[in-house]
Design a protein around this ligand. Sequence first.
Ligand code: ZN
Length: 304
Amino acid sequence: MVIIYSIVHQREYDYLEVMDTIKALSNEFYFLRTTELGKSIVGRSIPALQIGVSDEKILFAGGFHGCERLTTLLLLIFAERFCMALRDDGYFSSVSARTTLFGKSIVILPLINPDGYEIALKGASGALHMTEHVKRILGDSDIAQWNANARGVDINHNFDAGFPILRKMEEEEGITGPSPRCYGGEKPESEPETKILTELCRKENIRHALAFHSQGEEIFWKYGNRTPSKCFNMAKIFAASSGYQLKTPKGTASHGGFKDWFINEFAKPAFTFEIGKGTNPLDPMGLYDIYEKLEETFLLSLVL
Ligand SMILES: [Zn+2]
């Protein structure tokens, strides 16, 4: 039974459907381990999927921003396609899945910010008991463009990497408190969604990390002087396989992100992929094209 491959591109999945899909994947593939890493502000479970038993892990994370939902579905398709190849002792992007996985594990966090996901998809009521709070923060803005968590903190501004510089830039853009996007919170790691990622990375041996956002078909690979030289080489290979452009972030996208923190904290490679092209939220009908363009990059991220 193929759970996602034939159906997901028809329409959006809401949070419960994402969780049901993860359950279905874990029922289908006995070697896929799923866990709850913690809960969001509103109390939604934040799931992780693991394939393989090695201590050396490669991390894939998506669903940071509410209006970037295809990143979650993209990672679930990757999980399903890789698991199918592993079960059938077959090939993933023309390389044996079993060989690819030798000596490492895959850890996938498809949905870091489930509350933001539901708010951008369903409106303020997606914040459940925090609906009124979200309405106040929203003002006249378009809810479909919501990126933050239910408290109005942008998770990808909440990591401890250049936080004071980022805070200054936010203030210059008039963002001084909870907001639909780009507010970094009172201090780094103030949000449970951020902490789930940092605690996981501190505890586990992560070889490198790939974070997924949308959109622009771009790869960001650098942060400060602790960026390992291997990072640029890997990024060039990813760019060649995907057709994406290599970029250096500017303005408020320059600090406070997961990729920035991971590089700075561990001096190991991390990348941000801006998937697809168009206006967020991207049309789910385009998901398969996005996946096809990136499948070899997923493979390469496992072997490099
Ligand atoms: Zn994003």
